[in-house]
Design a protein around this ligand. Structure first.
Ligand SMILES: [Fe+2]
Length: 373
């Protein structure tokens, strides 16, 4: 299975993973052969990418920290809660549903904590906020676990992470969905979502911890004091909010947006590291990054030997040294033997670069007949 952007999708390709709407319904099932009208429909509903079957990569399991079922159920819960605030004007959050969703996430993330995170969900542009909230919660829980948090801490953190952007539902839609640059006034309006979210959660003091409310309040504060709403600095920002700020930035970077393509995990990794010089807490960023694959399974890479290979396994302790299955020689000729190289055992061999989607397509489609079957 391989992720491919909608622009690269061509008739005849086979969908490897089902696509769901934010209310949990199946839009298109796995196994369907792609046709031209099908591609048009996906473009119309704002799906930026899909997973397709690929014979070279099909035998590789893509590790999942949470199951498709739990992801869909949690997205639906978030969507229902957010839309009740946005569309029905309710100011009461269904605390029972939030707690149920948090418990489901905790159960799965804790039992899969050894897995290196591969961000692999597909979201339509319209449903971005709901899937993003779930990812931020998962990434935050993983980070909390790496920092030795107990269950109560993880619950409060996850609850705040899941609801961190709830306040956006009170920002006027024409500003929230405005294409193009915002005026200063509009930006100030967007910034109010931190306060709105804080108030919404704090209104239910008996059901939510004030720490969860503070995650919503402080998730745009920056370590160097340049954030909002209060310009808090360093440890003056609650630790949970410092975690969620990192998870929020990372997930936004690796998502396809209307205005730009997703950054690759290794690029997002470097951008997070760079941001630790000013915006993000450097110690927490280390705990965060240790959980996320720099070169996810399925990445097509060029080695320093100029051979091309596919990442087939990752090592949580040595993330820059995955196991690579060679598919093309130094001269670009397809390789017939399935040679796998564990880079931890080849200290003088390095990953030169990750091939772009275009380069990967060209390579896979001209070599596929001769490859490992
Ligand atoms: Fe936000």
């Amino acid at each position: 299975m391989r992720k491919i952007s909608i622009e690269q999708l061509t008739p005849g390709m086979i969908l490897a993973r089902s696509l769901y709407s934010s209310d949990g319904k199946t839009l298109l099932g796995a196994g369907i052969t792609v046709s031209a009208p099908f591609i048009k429909r996906l473009q119309k509903i704002g799906i930026p990418a899909v997973f397709i079957k690929d014979q070279l990569i099909d035998d590789l399991p893509l590790p999942q920290v949470i199951s498709e079922e739990v992801r869909n159920a949690t997205i639906k819960t978030v969507r229902d809660i957010f839309q009740r605030v946005q569309l029905a004007g309710e100011n009461k959050i269904n605390a029972k549903e939030v707690k149920k969703a948090v418990s489901r996430l905790l159960d799965e993330v804790i039992s899969n904590r050894h897995i290196l995170i591969h961000m692999s969900d597909i979201r339509s542009h319209d449903d971005y906020t709901f899937g993003h909230s779930v990812n931020v919660a998962v990434l935050s829980i993983m980070t909390g676990l790496a920092m030795g948090y107990n269950e109560l801490q993880l619950r409060d953190l996850a609850c705040g992470a899941l609801l961190h952007d709830l306040g956006k539902m009170l920002v006027p839609l024409e500003i929230l969905n405005k294409p193009g640059a915002l005026t200063d006034d509009e930006f100030r309006e967007i910034q109010k979502h931190s306060n709105y979210g804080f108030e919404l959660i704090r209104n239910q003091r008996e059901e939510f911890s004030s720490l969860s409310a503070h995650v919503a309040f402080q998730h745009h504060e920056r370590f160097d004091g340049s954030g909002y709403p209060r310009g808090l600095k360093g440890e003056g920002i609650h630790e949970y909010a410092r975690i969620v700020a990192i998870a929020d930035m990372y997930d936004a970077l690796v998502a396809d947006r209307v205005y730009r393509k997703a950054f690759l995990p290794y690029q997002a990794h470097e951008m997070i590291l760079a941001a630790t010089t000013h915006h993000l807490d450097p110690t927490i960023a280390q705990s965060f990054l240790q959980n996320i694959a720099i070169y996810p399974i399925g990445s097509v890479v060029q080695l320093s030997s100029l051979e091309i290979g596919i990442v087939v396994d990752v090592n949580k302790l040595f993330q820059t040294r995955p196991v690579v299955r060679l598919i093309a020689s130094t001269e670009g000729q397809p390789l017939t033997d399935c040679v796998e190289i564990d880079l931890t055992r080849h200290p003088t061999l390095f990953i030169n670069k990750i091939l772009t989607e275009n380069e990967t397509n060209q390579l896979l489609y001209c070599t596929r007949e001769e490859q490992c079957n």
